[in-house]
Design a protein around this ligand. Structure first.
Ligand SMILES: *Cc1c(COP(=O)(O)O)cnc(C)c1O
Length: 455
């Protein structure tokens, strides 16, 4: 039986044809350390009685597999067939082609980010978005920060540092990921004054809490839960009137903040950003990567003097956006100027607008082809219920269709789910009623799923 002497040296391995092609793919440094690690493991195996010739023969393949595994990014593209259109853990909105092109161009060359092409002087990065945001929301002015959590933070800090912020007890939300309104208010330096009760808050509750220490009234969209039953809240226009009479601003945190009326897609009506502005809020905050369908960003729109104060806040510099996202946002917002083609161009709205019949036809088309690729599993067409996700219409679902997959053994759905997660293009579904469901709402092209499963 051959011993250590059957093992080649790292240099010898690098000279082989396999070694050379690995270097071409991964670079000399990574290949050398992968081979070293595998040689060390082979020596240990031989010490334990393994055959040197066998170990030597396995070594290049094992190193090649290690290198391939290490080269595969966990951030690789995947298929979101969970049925949740805006899945925070999967990166929320998919950008429109126009936004992707604008972002790529912004990455590849210098651009007039803070440079006035007309006068040659200094410009402001927010200027690329301000006009569009004002046009689309009817607001006087707008400013943009890293995300909506940052928008709420800087707005609270600017309007109310060292003073009271009045919030209904029914609106003290936790969004998840440690975004809890009371904690954000503490960090923003404002004193939380709870108003009313969990289920019912009246105008007189706000009026009783207003005083010389009041800095602002905050209204928060209860985006991920709904209070039902014996409830009362003060409508935004009435709250705006109360704030105005007391001489304090009203900040309305919309969260998802759609720019279009979702009832056009058969969804429940929620106030659009333009409506929230028209209802009299002094500032409105909303996200870029929720219903708006763009990259992560936080928008603050409203009164010019308050926006100017936010822009003077030193936090603004810490929370500002980079050129890549500004370019992508500009391209995304421009799509809204052509509402007729919006659902065609903006993936988020396209997915939400897809009728169930169309998705069911896709599922019927795909079922036999998917079954052929997964011979150990049954594949049936099923009805399912999609969700918007990311704190928009939390208890509403959209009728959808998909594939229901099952196999032998109680653990089959979990095993299949793990197998689909390990694909070069991972496919993510959800387990429901003892089966793996792939909701096809967010599948643009049949071949994307077939290609992924063939991998
Ligand atoms: C989602 C949400 C936020 C946080 O927005 P991000 O863009 O995730 O930072 C804040 N407030 C409300 C009401 C939300 O729904």
């Amino acid at each position: 039986m051959a011993g250590f002497r059957a093992l080649p040296s790292v240099d010898q391995l690098l000279q082989t044809e396999t070694g050379q092609s690995l270097i071409a793919a991964h670079g000399r440094a990574l290949v050398t350390s992968a081979l070293r690690a595998r040689l060390q493991a082979a020596r240990a195996a031989i010490r334990d009685g393994a055959d040197g010739t066998v170990e030597a023969a396995r070594l290049p393949h094992l190193a090649a597999a290690d290198l391939a595994a290490a080269a595969q990014s966990k951030l690789r593209p995947m298929l979101n067939l969970t049925g949740t259109v805006l899945h925070t853990n999967l990166g929320r909105a998919i950008l429109a082609d126009q936004a992707i092109a604008a972002a790529s161009a912004a990455m590849a060359a210098p651009l007039a980010l803070e440079f006035d092409l007309d006068g040659g002087g200094r410009g402001q990065r927010d200027d690329h978005l301000r006009g569009l945001l004002c046009d689309l929301t009817g607001a006087e002015d707008a400013t943009i920060v890293n995300n909506n959590a940052a928008a709420v933070l800087i707005a609270l800090n600017t309007l109310g540092q060292g003073r009271d912020a009045l919030v209904s007890r029914g609106e003290l939300i936790e969004i998840g990921g440690a975004f809890r309104m009371p904690d954000i208010m503490a960090r923003a330096g404002v004193r939380l004054v709870e108003v009313g009760t969990t289920n019912r808050t009246h105008a007189r509750d706000y009026q009783a809490a207003l005083g010389p220490e009041s800095g602002l009234i905050l209204k928060v969209h209860t985006s991920n839960y709904r209070i039902e039953g014996f409830t009362a809240e003060v409508p935004a226009p009435e709250l705006a009137a109360i704030a105005r009479a007391a001489g304090v601003p009203l900040l309305n945190d919309l969260g998802a903040g759609s720019l279009v009326d979702l009832s056009a897609f058969g969804l429940r009506r929620e106030p659009t950003v333009a409506e929230a502005v028209a209802e009299g809020a002094d500032l409105v905050t909303f996200s870029g990567d929720k219903l708006l369908g763009g990259p992560q960003a936080g928008f603050i729109v409203g009164r010019r003097d308050l926006i100017a104060a936010i822009n003077r806040n030193p936090l603004k510099r810490a929370l500002r956006l980079d050129k890549i996202r500004i370019a992508a946002l500009q391209a995304t917002l421009r799509l809204y100027r052509d509402p007729d083609r919006l659902t065609e161009r903006l993936p988020t709205l396209r997915f939400l607008a897809r009728p169930q019949a169309e998705i069911a036809a896709q599922a019927t088309r795909l079922a036999p082809q998917v079954a052929a690729l997964l011979p150990d599993y049954s594949v049936d067409v099923c009805d399912c219920a999609s969700q918007i996700g990311s704190g928009a219409l939390p208890v509403d679902t959209i009728p959808s269709a998909g594939l229901r997959m099952n196999g032998a053994g109680g653990d089959a759905p979990n095993r299949l789910a793990a197998r689909l997660r390990a694909l070069p293009c991972p496919v993510i579904g959800h387990i429901h009623d003892g089966a793996l469901i792939l909701d096809l709402r967010c599948l643009d092209r049949d071949e994307d799923l077939l290609g992924a499963l063939a991998g």
